[in-house]
Design a binder for this molecule. Sequence first.
Ligand SMILES: Nc1ncnc2c1ncn2[C@@H]1O[C@H](COP(=O)(O)OP(=O)(O)OP(=O)(O)O)[C@@H](O)[C@H]1O
Ligand SMILES: [Mg+2]
Length: 496
Amino acid sequence: MSKALLLKDITKRFPLVLANDRISLDLEWGEVLALVGENGAGKSTLMKIVYGLQPADEGEMWVDGKPYKPRSPQDAIRAGIGMVHQHFMLVEPFTVLENLVLGLEPGSPLFLNLEMAREKAQRLMEELGFQVPLDEKIENLPVGLQQRVEILKALYREARILILDEPTAVLTPQEAEELFRFLRTYVAKGNAVIFISHKLKEVLEVSDRITVVRDGRVVGTVRTEETTLEALARMMVGREVVLRVEKGPARPKEVVLEVEGLEAPPRLKGVSFSVRAGEIVGIAGVEGNGQTELVEALTGLRRYRGVARYLGKPLPPSAREVRALLVSHIPEDRLARGLVLDFSVRENAILGDQHRPPFRGFLGFLDEGAMEAHARALVEEFDVRPRSTELSARRFSGGNQQKIVVGRELLRGPRLLIAAQPTRGVDVGAIEFIHKELVAARDRGLAVLLVSADLSEILALSDRILVMYGGRIMGELTPQEATEERLGLLMAGISA
Ligand SMILES: Nc1ncnc2c1ncn2[C@@H]1O[C@H](COP(=O)(O)OP(=O)(O)OP(=O)(O)O)[C@@H](O)[C@H]1O
Ligand SMILES: [Mg+2]
């Protein structure tokens, strides 16, 4: 039987990197093939070539045994390939149903007939075992549902090969489980899936085979049942990765942040807690339980009621003033809040600090020398690849964009760091590094408020754990007390 997809010697060069270096791989019908590798290894680049978003410089492809050379995603769709991107590409002010038909060829009978489209979408959802409200606007849907829309859109176009680029980065564990169930059903019907993820546990759970890429090249392909987490991490990074964070007990000092009865619409209903210098306080909880509002209130991005004190004084009302007091913020959405994609690394590296020395120099002009030195230090220390300070943020892989944000926020020497999903989309080696940096900063006296949907991250880093549910804090646990079971119950809103 023909392979679903066969790639031979695919090569893609960018000005500073060889993103894909003679990559060959094959995908069988009926399987989930995982594609893993470090940030910048070339995974998204390769998949964009398969989906017709950019041409390969060299190499050949076959779909179901037929030569395949897409010039656009339309060609990919016609060949039965669908893709869910690392960053969603839905049209926000439109409804789900409109998004489904959007971009269909005008000749297609479903192009203008929304009622026929609705029927087809209903039928698909029943078959697949999931639901999305078809008449809701995309902008009103939580990310988990937006992703279902992306999948539905691909299946609506009759995709038999589905490419998912980091589909679970924004999902809750429950949503991820649902996605995996769907993927297994989908391939059981004879379809095929390429699944990209940095969450190696999930990769081991959902895939049949795993192809590992490093520096644009295929390192090897293994059968999932024949490998382990450690072996996989080693293959990816090319060295041993310490999957556990080494950290001594915290030595908390003065109270840096104190909040009482903090409320912020729509979902934060009143929380009280404090964070001291030299400790990491983790906020666990399923996303959408008020964490976003909490973080935005504390960083001056959202109005709130109640009390928030920083070093004993009321927190100032604007983001700029909060930032000037050496409060750093790693935002949950690096594209919306963390980076200006068309700015260079050099500009992004001082974002929010451009009004202050050493960057604001003589007569108020930006000091190019100081900016360059700072950006250089950032890309070196945080292993941003490629090591360019000139390149615009857009040109970096997802994980490397995240490293730029994390580096900028830590290097400015904050007293308080509010970190939301700090390692989202980052590879295992870089997670190890960022975690070490956070612990080292704590030991130098930084107060850290860590908000993460990733339980293993909360457990690895936190000195105290607060669990949020329904806009309130359900309970506080020490890391020793925090078994997955106790956390799980609190996260579901059930207190002891
Ligand atoms: N349009 C572009 N211009 C210049 N360089 C690019 C462009 N797109 C990608 N690159 C570079 O190609 C390399 C591979 O990037 P790619 O996005 O494929 O990595 P990835 O494996 O998906 O990483 P991540 O896990 O971080 O998402 C990176 O070094 C990236 O900076
Ligand atoms: Mg990528």
